[in-house]
Design a protein around this ligand. Structure first.
Ligand code: ATP
Length: 370
C-alpha cells in the first residue's frame, strides 16, 4: 500500500474545505486534500493558481478564510508559524553573507538554544547529508549557486521539521544543475524521512521528484495522483494538456460495445476507435487525449491496426534522441507523432512532405468528457 491508499494511515496534513480570499478575490476555492508523512508532494500549476498561497497557509503566514488545516491531527487555526513543526525554504536562499556555511546552518539551532555538543553533531550531519563538509568554513559568495541551494536545504532541515515546504527551490539553477539537484533532493528527502511539499510550475520537475502530483487551476486541485497516472490517465483535457505533449482530438461519442466507443471526430476521417471504462452517452461530446509517442508512424498502412490515418509530414522537431513529426491529415487536422531515433539522422526514414500512416491502439488515448 502507498500511504494514500492505506485506510489505516492517518494523514500528516489535512486541508478540509479550505477557502482563501483576498478581498473579493478567491485564491483557494473550497479545497480538501490529504498529504501523508514521508510523501514528496508536488503542487503544480500555472502562475496565479494558488500554489504559494497553499504553502503560506501551511506555514502559518496566511490564515484560511474558511475551512480547517490540520497538521498531525492538530487544528492549526491558532498555532503561530514558529510553533509549527514546519519549515519553509524560499526561492531566494536568504543566506547570511557574513556568516560561514557552518554558521549559516547552525543559526536556527543557536537561536533555539540547542546544547553545543548536540548542535555541532547536528550541523556536521547536515553538512554530510548535503555533501558540503569541505565547504564548512567558506562564506556563501565563495561557493557555487548549486552549493548555496544545498546550504539553504541543510539549514531548513537542521531543526528536523516534520514538514518542509519548498517554493520553487531550484528556480535559480540552470537546466543541467537543476536536474542533478532534483535527484539530490529526492535522496535527501528519503534519507531524512521528512515530508516535502514542493511548489513548481515545471511539470518535468514535479514528475521527477514527487510521489504524488496535484495539478492546480484557479484555486482548485484538478487531479492528484502519482506521476505516471497523471501522465497516462489524465482526468481532463486541462490536466492532459498541462502535463507533457499531447494531441487532443474532439468528436462525438458512439457506443459500439460494453467498453468500446467510436469517437466521430472529423468529416472524412475514420472514427477513432477507443476503449474506456468511462460511461458516455451516444452523441455526447468527447475528447481523446493521445500522447505523441503512442502514435506509430510508417510508410505503409500497418496491417491490423485498429486506428490508422494517412497524412503528410509538414514539420519535424529534432531533439537528438527523439523526433516529433507534425502530420497534417486531410481536412487540416494536425497530429504530432514521436519516434525514438535509433538510427543516425542521415539514415532516418521520414522527411518533409512524406506521405505517412499514423496508427495507434484502442487504449493508446484517454477518452475524456471535458
Ligand atoms: P506563481 O507561480 O506565480 O508564484 P501561485 O500559483 O503561487 O503563482 P499565488 O501566489 O498563490 O499563486 O497567488 C494566487 C492568487 O492570489 C494570485 O492571483 C495572486 O495575485 C493572489 N494573491 C496572492 N496573495 C495575495 C495578497 N496578499 N493579496 C491579494 N491577492 C493575492
Amino acid at each position: 500500500f502507498a500511504p494514500w491508499e492505506d485506510p489505516n494511515e492517518t494523514p500528516l496534513i489535512q486541508f478540509k474545505g479550505v477557502t482563501k480570499r483576498f478581498g473579493t478575490f478567491t485564491a483557494i476555492d473550497n479545497l480538501t486534500q490529504d498529504i501523508y508523512a514521508r510523501e514528496f508532494f508536488a503542487l503544480l500549476g500555472p502562475s496565479g493558481c494558488g500554489k504559494t498561497t497553499m504553502m503560506r497557509m501551511l506555514a502559518g503566514f496566511e490564515t484560511p478564510t474558511k475551512g480547517q488545516i490540520l497538521i498531525a491531527g492538530q487544528d492549526m487555526a491558532n498555532v503561530p508559524p514558529n510553533e509549527r513543526a514546519v519549515n519553509m525554504m524560499f526561492q531566494s536562499y536568504a543566506l547570511f553573507p557574513h556568516l560561514s556555511i557552518w554558521e549559516n546552518i547552525a543559526f536556527g539551532l543557536k537561536r533555539m538554544k540547542m546544547p553545543k555538543d548536540e548542535m555541532n553533531a547536528r550541523v556536521d550531519e547536515m553538512l554530510r547529508l548535503t555533501r558540503l563538509s569541505k565547504f564548512a568554513k567558506r562564506k556563501p559568495h565563495q561557493i557555487s549557486g548549486g552549493q548555496r541551494q544545498r546550504v539553504a536545504l541543510a539549514r531548513s532541515l537542521a531543526r528536523a521539521p516534520k514538514l518542509l515546504l519548498l517554493d520553487e527551490p531550484l528556480g535559480a539553477l540552470d537546466k543541467k544543475l537543476r536536474e542533478e539537484t532534483q535527484f539530490e533532493l529526492m535522496d535527501i528527502q528519503e534519507k531524512t524521512g521528512t515530508t516535502f511539499v514542493i511548489v513548481t510550475h515545471d511539470q518535468e520537475e514535479a514528475m521527477t521528484v514527487a510521489s504524488r502530483v496535484a495539478v492546480m487551476d484557479d484555486g482548485k486541485i484538478m487531479q492528484v495522483s502519482t506521476p505516471d497516472k497523471i501522465y497516462e490517465e489524465p482526468n481532463s483535457v486541462y490536466v492532459a494538456d498541462f502535463i507533457g505533449d499531447v494531441n487532443i482530438i474532439e468528436g462525438t461519442a458512439k457506443k459500439t460495445s460494453e467498453d468500446g466507443y467510436d469517437i466521430l471526430w472529423h468529416d472524412g476521417q475514420e472514427p477513432f476507435h477507443a476503449k474506456t471504462t468511462r460511461q458516455l452517452s451516444d452523441g455526447q461530446k468527447a475528447f481523446v487525449a493521445i500522447r505523441p509517442e503512442k502514435i506509430g508512424i510508417s510508410p505503409e498502412k500497418p496491417e491490423g491496426a485498429m486506428n490508422a490515418v494517412k497524412g503528410k509530414i509538414i514539420d519535424i522537431g529534432y531533439l537528438g534522441n527523439i523526433s516529433t513529426y507534425h502530420v497534417e491529415l486531410p481536412g487540416g487536422v494536425m497530429i504530432k507523432a514521436q519516434q525514438t531515433n535509433t538510427r543516425r539522422l542521415s539514415r532516418r526514414t521520414f522527411t518533409w512532405e512524406d506521405e505517412v500512416w499514423l496508427s495507434w491502439t484502442l487504449t493508446a488515448g484517454s477518452v475524456l468528457e471535458r
